[in-house]
Design a protein around this ligand. Structure first.
Ligand code: 3PY
Length: 251
């Protein structure tokens, strides 16, 4: 079984992941075999249904964590992703302390929270129910996404909410909220990102980020980013295919 993502976040090693958007479980099997530390399985912007996500989680090999981004901050979606056996949930667009508190509550069993009790893959269909319930509040990662300028303004209150295991910056939505949609290198967007990184560092909250650029990984690690999602499964396929087609055309 995998080292809990919450434990990996406490260690010093930076964690490299990528976005999973395609439904074939072989995609997660291949990328975990390739050595990614974690996979960002996306239910917000993909066709992935719960059964697809479960197959991805079942296909992961080695010490790679499967984290599921739910479609929205919602108790049913969070408990469902966790019952499928996700090592953690990524909650999109958390912009207030109240929203952060709700996410933490919905992802944790009583008495910490009010996650509903189910018997699914996470509990080995009931075989290890008691063990899972006893440990889930410690092992399940609750990652909130900071991806709106309102969240940056409310960050100190958000980070004061107990039970947040990490903050994942969404540069693209953040750029949209600053009226620079897609221009993640715009100084306003970069300044907001730096504010988030500094506040998280001050509070010892691990920070993660999405980037489309493999060249950006070294600088992210140097600046203290603890978990990085680089590119998407789909982008790996079309970029490799297009590079071959372009070489053929140029030949
Ligand atoms: C964003 O950049 O907005 C994202 O959510 C990417 O994960």
């Amino acid at each position: 079984s995998q080292t809990p993502f919450t434990q990996k976040l406490r260690e010093a090693r930076p964690l490299l992941g990528t976005l999973i958007s395609l439904s074939a479980p072989e995609v997660s099997e291949m990328l975990s075999l390739a050595g990614f530390d974690w996979l960002f399985i996306d239910m917000e912007h993909s066709t992935l249904a719960p059964a697809d996500v479960q197959r991805h989680l079942q296909a992961i090999r080695g010490d790679c964590n499967g984290l599921v981004r739910v479609a929205e901050n919602n108790p049913v979606l969070i408990q469902q992703a966790l019952d499928l056996g996700a090592d953690g949930v990524i909650i999109p667009a958390v912009s207030t302390a109240q929203e952060a508190r709700q996410a933490v509550q919905w992802a944790n069993y009583p008495p910490t929270g009010n996650r509903s009790v189910g018997i699914g893959r996470a509990q080995e269909y009931g075989l290890t129910f008691a063990d899972y319930v006893a440990n889930a509040n410690d092992t399940v990662a609750v990652i909130i996404q900071v991806e709106h300028i309102d969240a940056v303004h409310n960050l100190n209150e958000i980070l004061a909410v107990p039970g947040i295991d990490g903050v994942f910056i969404g540069p693209y939505d953040l750029s949209g909220s600053l009226n620079h949609l897609g221009d993640v290198h715009h100084p306003d967007v970069q300044a907001a990102i730096q504010t988030v990184k500094t506040s998280c560092a001050n509070r010892h909250v691990p920070v993660g980020i999405f980037t489309r650029q493999p060249d950006a990984i070294a600088a992210e690690i140097a600046s203290g980013t603890r978990f990085i999602a680089v590119g998407t499964d789909a982008s790996f396929i079309w970029q490799s295919g297009k590079a071959i087609v372009d070489r053929f055309r140029d030949a």
